[in-house]
Design a protein around this ligand. Structure first.
Ligand SMILES: NC(=O)c1ccc[n+]([C@@H]2O[C@H](COP(=O)([O-])OP(=O)(O)OC[C@H]3O[C@@H](n4cnc5c(N)ncnc54)[C@H](O)[C@@H]3O)[C@@H](O)[C@H]2O)c1
Length: 273
């Protein structure tokens, strides 16, 4: 992989204050990127921005914005292009989880609306606010004008009855990714990631709370360990790098094999090539 492949490039990360967003922010800055970090948690956001600035010496701009609100997203996008010379990578990642354990017939309308607005509409709004300027960018020696990486979930690949509305938002992100990839090719690649079980803010940084949901769902992880933030960061860095130039529209599970979405091997016998 090319050394410091984000030198001279800007990256915008939503949900940048915590969890995957924060981990990716460090990694992108270490690859030479200047950053705009977007979040609603002001204290944590400023804290994260300051720490990354100190550690890497890069420009790190914290912008408060609720990604579910189109007026805030438009203002944020405008500000981001003012602060950075370009936005080469969007890590479209902010998200929430609600009402664990209520089946699809019992989901409350308020919970449905909130999670659709943040997890699904939010990523659409952010992509929509950035694509035009991203597509017009040119970088010397660079095949692409930009890259988008959306955070889905294994719950969007194999829906989880304990988190039905969340699962629908993440299945939606996989579809959104395919649609954006087709619309923005060949200038911008658009891929999604599907993490499995990783201790972050969505589990209130509480490993035991996460393990309770795993036991409830009888989750089995072939790689016999829970995921780390680093596991996710590694794949996002790959998707932001020239090594992934020929990949667009795809969803990458990062789950130690949990999603189990492959065709069962005995079925393969019936396939004619
Ligand atoms: N942790 C996991 O195991 C896991 C698994 C699959 C998918 N995900 C997804 O990963 C993404 C990142 O979450 P995380 O696990 O790092 O959790 P996290 O809570 O640590 O990070 C999410 C960040 O998004 C911010 N945010 C929430 N609502 C927002 C809004 N309306 N506008 C702007 N920012 C907002 C939060 O303040 C927080 O800083 C989410 O989309 C989540 O659904 C997480």
């Amino acid at each position: 992989m090319v050394e410091k492949f984000l030198e001279g490039k800007g990256a915008l990360i939503t949900g940048g204050a915590s969890g995957f967003g924060r981990g990716v922010a460090y990694a992108f800055a270490e690859q030479g990127a200047n950053l705009v970090l977007v979040d609603i948690n002001q204290q944590l956001l400023e804290d994260t921005a300051e720490k990354i600035r100190k550690k890497t010496g890069r420009t790190v701009i914290p912008l408060i914005c609720d990604v579910s609100k189109s007026d805030q997203v438009e203002a944020m996008a405008k500000q981001a292009f003012k602060e950075l010379e370009n936005v080469f990578v969007l890590f479209n990642n902010a998200g929430i989880g609600v009402s664990y354990g209520r089946n699809i017939c019992r989901v409350k309308e308020d919970d449905w609306d909130r999670i659709m607005d943040v997890n699904l509409k939010g990523q659409w709004l952010v992509a929509k606010s950035l694509w035009r300027k991203m597509k017009a960018q040119k970088f010397e020696g660079e095949e692409l004008a930009g890259r988008m990486i959306n955070t889905a979930s294994t719950a969007g690949m194999v829906v989880d009855p304990m988190i039905p509305a969340y699962s629908i938002t993440k299945a939606g992100i996989i579809a959104l990714t395919q649609l954006l990839a087709k619309s923005l090719a060949p200038n911008i690649t658009v891929n999604s990631i599907a993490p499995g079980f990783h201790v972050t803010g969505v589990y209130l940084d509480d490993e035991e709370a996460m393990r309770v949901t795993m036991r409830d769902g009888k989750v089995k992880i072939p790689q016999v360990r829970i995921g780390t933030v680093e596991d996710v960061v590694n794949v996002v860095v790959f998707l932001a790098s020239p090594a992934s130039n020929y990949i667009t529209g795809h969803c990458f599970p990062i789950d130690g094999g949990t999603a189990d979405v492959g065709v069962p091997p005995h079925k393969l016998k019936e396939v004619e090539y």
